[in-house]
Design a protein around this ligand. Structure first.
Ligand code: ARG
Length: 478
């Protein structure tokens, strides 16, 4: 094997096969091809503008890079493991295509600032696709919540029947979670959008480069401030993985609810064949596979965070080859999340509530017990703690009788608390219970409709001249 093309000056012999295998990253970082070429164009443009290379060399470099971009797009590019990574694959091909000027491209640059520039560009693009997809999930949830703002179901704590809520209210809870998830992803984007290019290996460069120019050309808000931090930091990727993990956890909670709601004893929702599968042996079954898979996906995403955090932990300044392991977890998390969000959005759009089964569930578990206690406070002036005891005794009586509270006779209640009147029945139906909860953020259908209306404004309305969810963003052109 020959000595390396890029640093052959000092190396007489080639690497052992096993060295090449552990060292090469091309199978992973070829996903950076477009970003790498874009970065190299901006860099050579700046070098020419600063008089560091000639305009002729810049033109040759640009022509070669454009041809490489086409070769990669058409699937004709020959990625070589012996060239290690995407940066050296592109540069070596450039040399084949244009000869000597290719060697000038790497002036005032190192793979250390190059790779992290590519990475930030890639992740920015991934976020710009993910975040609108998350907004679309919110859209699906809001649509469904509005359509079923009046549908009553049991609200649970400890998965025990607690109080009646509306199906719309339940779904709107997830609109809020996803809204915060989007905020976290946006925060991550805002912090990562600084350009490390020009930090060179770690210390900056003696060439008179213009880092503001390359930052601007690549759509970054500004160049990074410290050259060592520029090549050493991967917290932008960790931050994305942390935000992605939280979002995956939220998706899994909704997925689990869908699994529960689809189960026979609940039967709260139906999904069509589009998001379910049958059993090869039990013909009656309709399995919520998509929901189960979304429930399982956080394993990958949380694992990705753990992987990268473990790679980075304890690394001394600045770049270490350890950091080559930074991309796979981010690709894995971004791909997983894109799929999970799309599947969840599809399921929410597809889902139909089954109000009759929800209502049947409300007949058990005394979901209006709190309403009974509140009535005793409001009408009889009992302290809430005393009202709680009274209600407990009445619930026990209903339990013995095997009926729900609305069906319990007045004399039985009066044996517990003599001042209770017929008026008590006005609060004991699930409908009355939900309708009475009109506090801001409460489950009354009118509140749910108002919340859905506000949510459209808060989360889905694009400001004039802006794409939805991409407010005042730099960098998404090209
Ligand atoms: N393939 C490398 C990576 O992904 C590029 C940077 C290599 N830098 C170096 N000094 N060997 O991290």
């Amino acid at each position: 094997m020959s000595a390396n093309e890029m640093w052959g000056g000092r190396f007489a012999a080639g690497p052992s096969a096993i060295m090449q295998e552990i060292n090469a990253s091309i199978d992973v970082d070829r996903r950076f091809a477009a970003q790498d070429i874009r970065g190299s164009k901006a860099h050579s443009d700046m070098l020419a503008a600063q008089g560091i290379i000639s305009d002729g060399d810049r033109d040759a470099i640009h022509g070669g890079l454009e041809r490489i971009a086409r070769e990669i797009e058409d699937g004709h590019f020959d990625f070589k493991a012996e060239l290690e990574d995407i940066h050296m694959n592109v540069e070596a091909r450039l040399k084949e295509l244009i000869g000597e000027p290719a060697g000038r491209l790497h002036t005032a640059r190192s793979r250390n600032d190059q790779v992290v520039t590519d990475f930030r560009l890639w992740l920015r693009g991934a976020i710009d696709e993910l975040e609108p997809a998350m907004a679309d999930l919110q859209r699906a949830l809001i649509d469904k919540a509005e359509a079923h703002a009046d549908v009553l179901m049991p609200g649970y704590t400890h998965l025990q029947t607690a109080q009646p809520v509306t199906f719309g209210h339940h779904l709107m809870a997830y609109v809020e979670m996803v809204g915060r998830d989007r905020g976290r992803v946006r925060d991550c984007r805002a912090r990562l959008n600084e350009c490390p290019l020009g930090a060179a290996a770690l210390a900056g460069t003696s060439f008179p480069i213009d880092r503001h120019r390359t930052a601007e050309a690549l759509g970054f808000d500004r160049p990074t401030e410290n050259s060592m931090d520029s090549v050493a930091a991967r917290d932008f990727a960790l931050e994305f993985l942390a935000a992605a993990s939280i979002h995956a956890v939220h998706l899994s909670r909704l997925a689990e609810e869908i699994v529960i709601w689809m189960s026979e004893p609940f039967g709260f929702v139906a999904l069509t064949d589009a998001f379910t599968t049958g059993s090869s042996i039990m013909p009656q079954k309709k399995n919520p596979d998509a929901a189960e898979l979304v429930r399982a996906k956080p394993g990958r995403v949380l694992g990705a965070f753990m992987t990268l955090a473990t790679v980075m932990k304890g690394l001394p300044m600045t770049y270490g080859k350890d950091m080559q392991e930074d991309k796979e977890p981010v690709f894995e998390a971004a791909d997983t999340l894109a799929l999970a969000v799309a599947a969840m959005t599809g399921m929410v759009d597809d889902m139909t509530p089954r109000p009759e089964n929800m209502r049947r569930a409300l007949e058990k578990g005394f979901p209006t017990a709190t309403d009974l206690a509140d009535w005793c406070v409001r009408v009889l002036g009992l302290p809430f703690r005393d009202a709680h005891h009274v209600t407990g005794a009445i619930v026990r009586a209903a339990e013995e009788r095997g009926c729900d509270l609305a069906a319990l006779d007045l004399p039985t209640m009066q044996r517990v608390e003599p001042r209770i009147t017929e008026d008590i029945y006005s609060v004991l139906s699930p409908d009355a219970s939900a309708a009475s909860r009109t506090s801001h953020g409460g489950t009354a259908p009118e509140q749910v409709r108002a919340a859905a209306h506000r949510a459209r404004d808060r989360f889905l309305r694009a400001a004039p001249g802006e794409a939805r969810g991409t407010a005042s963003r730099k960098g998404d052109e090209a």
